[in-house]
Design a protein around this ligand. Structure first.
Ligand SMILES: Nc1ncnc2c1ncn2[C@@H]1O[C@H](COP(=O)(O)OP(=O)(O)O)[C@@H](O)[C@H]1O
Ligand SMILES: O=C(O)[C@H]1O[C@H](OP(=O)(O)O)[C@H](O)[C@@H](O)[C@@H]1O
Ligand SMILES: [Mg+2]
Length: 376
């Protein structure tokens, strides 16, 4: 293949799904988090040079052509294509909503360009076509939305050759800003894990945020993690969709919420220590406490019965468990080892949940990017 053909084909960048191990959702409340990315699921964005700037809709996630109104309502066309039998009345609109990834790609392009203008970063006057694919389950608390935006940002950084001009620590802010443009309520935890890759300890204290414009992020050795398991429901139809008042209560100075969030943040710090000491029993205790505090703050209606059941099924065999994100998937730890993991598999299968051993992803930063990280 000639160099010219290669350039025309463009290139791909990936971003992995992330698991919040401890501290979430305190990242949204100036807390702390310990999170990592997993190779089990990822989003891919492809960029190729083109005469005009084009954002390509995904054939499934952004499907807009239907044979008829009934097809649009039930999306049979799509279901059949992905192998779901027609009698299983899965509707994409009902399950996944009206939006795909196109809006995320547009928003990250806009935020990236604004950032470059504001920081006098000049960009070559060339255009591109962006397309994407993802297998990260939606509404699963595995950060599917930010994975698409993160992979796209990596494409833009490389296409314009500006990686060295946009600090690693600031990139999660750009991804979050893109999602804020769309009204997606989220925190920095996911974006930090996806920009860095691997395992990261994060501190979002107001003091650091004000002084640095970002939190303090410490990449850690992924080998510190014990074997962990991911549990999720294949078709999470009744996951928590009830609006939560926690944010408003926190803003109003509600003492209960404020003290719970502080305790959740502290769990990440304690978990960092437990990892270094290889203390699985303590890690398991912290994970359970994390979920219990979330449940006290948000209430069962917000968390959703299927999500709560996943946590409880794991706990029924003595495993510790908590949400990976805001709900939809659960991360579990078996402090008693392999035999307990087998019981976990059995219990999850009986309850109709998918369970798999997590494959932790490595850091994605280059040596140059790693040495550029601030050491404060
Ligand atoms: N698999 C996907 N394909 C296309 N777009 C997606 C996908 N997952 C998320 N999105 C986009 O991100 C938005 C937020 O989705 P959500 O399910 O809340 O993501 P998350 O996995 O981050 O919780 C969606 O409205 C959609 O625009
Ligand atoms: O509530 C949480 O734990 C997280 O919720 C969001 O992540 P998601 O994967 O979309 O559920 C949010 O973006 C994170 O910052 C929260 O920690
Ligand atoms: Mg998200």
């Amino acid at each position: 293949m000639t160099a010219a053909t290669k350039a025309e084909m463009g290139f791909e960048r990936h971003a992995y799904a992330r698991v919040g191990l401890l501290g979430n959702p305190s990242d949204v409340y100036n807390g702390k988090a310990l999170s990592f990315t997993i190779t089990d699921f990822s989003a891919t964005v492809r960029l190729r040079p083109s005469p005009e700037l084009l954002i390509q809709p995904h054939p499934h996630h952004d499907l807009v052509a239907f044979p008829s109104l009934p097809h649009l309502r039930e999306d049979y066309h799509c279901c059949l294509k992905i192998g779901v039998p027609k009698h299983v009345e899965v509707s994409r609109l009902q399950n996944e909503g009206y939006y795909g990834g196109v809006r995320l790609l547009m928003a990250i392009c806009k935020v990236f360009y604004n950032h470059c203008i504001q920081n006098n970063i000049s960009l070559k006057a060339e255009n591109f076509t962006l397309s994407y694919d993802t297998n990260i389950p939606r509404q699963a608390g595995l950060s599917g939305s930010s994975a698409i935006a993160c992979a796209a940002l990596n494409c833009l950084l490389d296409f314009y050759d500006v990686r060295h001009l946009i600090k690693v620590e600031l990139r999660p802010n750009l991804i979050l800003d893109a999602e804020k443009e769309l009204g997606i309520v989220a925190g920095l935890q996911d974006r930090v894990a996806q920009v860095y890759g691997g395992l990261v300890y994060m501190d979002f204290s107001q003091e650091h945020m004000d002084k640095l414009g970002h939190g303090i992020y410490r990449p850690l050795d992924v080998n510190l993690l014990p074997p962990l398991y991911l549990i999720y429901a294949e078709n999470p139809s009744d996951s928590g969709k009830v609006h939560s008042s926690v944010r408003q209560r926190w803003l109003n100075g509600d003492e209960f919420i404020i003290s719970c969030m502080k305790e959740v943040a502290q769990l990440a710090l304690d978990g960092h220590r437990a990892l270094l000491q290889k203390d699985c029993t303590e890690l398991a205790r912290l994970m359970n406490r994390n979920f219990d505090l979330r449940r006290e703050m948000f209430g069962d209606d917000v968390l959703g019965s299927v999500n709560i059941k996943m946590v409880e099924v794991a706990r029924s065999v003595g495993a510790s468990s908590k949400f990976t994100g805001s709900g939809g998937a659960v991360v579990a730890l078996c402090p008693d080892g392999e035999a307990q993991a087998e019981l976990l598999h059995k219990a999850c299968q009986e309850a109709g949940f998918v369970v798999q051993k997590i494959k932790v992803a490595p850091s994605v930063l280059s040596d140059e990017e790693l040495t550029s990280l601030s050491t404060c």
